[in-house]
Write a protein that binds this ligand. Structure first.
Ligand SMILES: C[S@@+](CC[C@H](N)C(=O)[O-])C[C@H]1O[C@@H](n2cnc3c(N)ncnc32)[C@H](O)[C@@H]1O
Length: 420
């Protein structure tokens, strides 16, 4: 009998699972479970095995589902997000004890919901492995709900995605009809959903709590895993600018999470973090005292001419993907008068492949591409798109290409200014 695709995948998965188990055993780590996070921040080679296992499982699941169940699952995804929004909005994870469990009736009383209603919601979350039911029918934390309980930044990230992006997503088709092929930042699905003519960041700036939540989400996403600042620390030759006159301008740097990580891993180079006033003020308040000599915050609108001249590096993480080509060009053009011969522009963004691919673990770039469309009428650019953008801005910008950072879901994109 020939081996079926499903059996082949199952065999491949067994091989990967054994490698992960043996890594756990040899490092005294508990095996993977739904109760708690065990395999985090893995060495690259083991992380690649874990990713391969996820991709195999995803394909095996899709094969086992067959085309009808696959469609059914996709069509019901709004249920999971609506459920997750409920869990976030009423902060259900905080009411579940970190040790032990709580009955549905106690949880209902604490959260002010009817027990039957609450049970319906929590059980859907449990099927997604957010919370677990104990054998005696009580609610306990899973690894995922524990993170939501213990890490405020995880809740802020959930809040940004569930209360800014999720309500905007169903308006995408309406926005495409109302504003066909628009690259304007205030003609988006987000604008229709929130009934505002302000662009995303202007809208958030008008409500300090939404602006704070977004900044906190950015910080949380950078603290580990595929989006960790560590990739940026290791992925670029920062030593070449680490001298007494070295200067990095972190344009649209939010609360300064990248600059802080870079300042902690260098000794002399200084960082100026620029952002809109509300964000820059908040970032300055959060800055550890020990870094005040080398990291400073400056309110600056990046559509205005760059006031800091002749820096070594102008750094943009997750900035240009929020702007269509028309506006991304304007942002880069506002920088040109500040550049000296040899100044570099270093960008960090997701980098969808120029060629098509279907690996699930690489889907994050494509997810963020569609989120960029929903919130900003913008795009995650491929390598060839970046090259085109730089060429269109100024012929003195020499495109140096892109660089993958092993283990990261984002890449470096670099250009150098040649004055002659
Ligand atoms: C996706 S966040 C990235 C933040 C930061 N670079 C990071 O990687 O954590 C985009 C940032 O751009 C800032 N921003 C948006 N419009 C801006 C403008 N016109 N001038 C300066 N900053 C702006 C936002 O406030 C936000 O902090």
């Amino acid at each position: 009998m020939t081996t079926s695709p499903l059996t082949r995948l199952a065999e491949q998965l067994l091989e990967k699972a054994k490698i992960l188990d043996s890594y756990s055993q040899s490092h005294g780590i508990e095996p993977l479970s739904f109760e708690r996070e065990t395999l985090a921040d893995l060495p690259l080679e083991i992380e690649n095995v874990r990713k391969a296992a996820i991709d195999i499982c995803q394909d095996a699941k899709r094969l086992a589902q067959g085309p009808r169940d696959l469609l059914w699952e996709l069509l019901n995804q709004s249920v999971d997000l609506a459920n997750f929004q409920f869990i976030y909005h009423y902060n259900i994870p905080k009411h579940v004890p970190l040790v032990g469990s709580i009955s549905y009736s106690e949880l209902a009383a604490l959260t002010g919901f009817d027990e039957i209603f609450l049970k319906r919601m929590v059980r859907v979350a449990m099927i997604n492995r957010i919370f677990l039911e104990t054998p005696d029918g009580r609610v306990a934390h899973s690894g995922a709900s524990r993170i939501l309980h213990e890490e405020p930044g995880a809740m802020d990230t959930a809040g940004f995605l569930l209360e800014e992006i999720f309500p905007a997503a169903p308006k995408l088709v309406d926005a495409l009809k109302k504003y066909p092929a628009s690259g304007e930042p205030n003609e988006t699905a987000f604008n229709l959903a929130f009934n505002t003519s302000r662009s995303f960041y202007k809208e958030l700036e008008a409500t300090p709590e939404r602006s704070r939540r977004f900044g906190a989400a950015m910080r949380w996403m950078s603290r580990g895993g595929r989006f960790s600042n560590d990739h940026i620390v290791r992925g670029y030759e920062w030593a070449q600018v680490d001298h007494a006159n070295g200067l990095v301008v972190d344009v649209g740097g939010g609360h300064g999470s990248v600059s802080i990580a870079l300042a902690n891993s260098t000794s002399k180079v200084k960082f100026i973090v620029q952002d809109l006033p509300e964000t820059a003020t908040h970032g300055a308040k959060l800055l550890p005292g020990s870094l005040k000599e080398r990291v400073s915050f400056m309110p600056h609108d990046f559509f205005g001419e760059q006031p800091v001249k002749g820096a070594d590096v102008y750094f943009y993480r997750y900035i240009l993907h929020n702007w269509s080509d028309k506006y991304a060009s304007l942002i880069l053009k506002a920088l040109i008068p500040a550049l000296r011969d040899g100044s570099r522009i270093v960008i960090v963004e997701c980098l969808p492949d120029d060629a098509s691919m279907t690996r699930w673990t690489d889907k994050q770039s494509y997810n963020i591409d569609i989120i960029s469309m929903i919130g900003w009428n913008s795009v995650e650019r491929t390598s060839s798109h970046w090259e085109m953008l730089f060429k269109s801005v100024d012929s003195r910008l020499e495109y140096l290409g892109t660089k993958a950072m092993p283990g990261a879901s984002v890449a470096l994109i670099e250009a150098r200014f040649r004055s002659a």
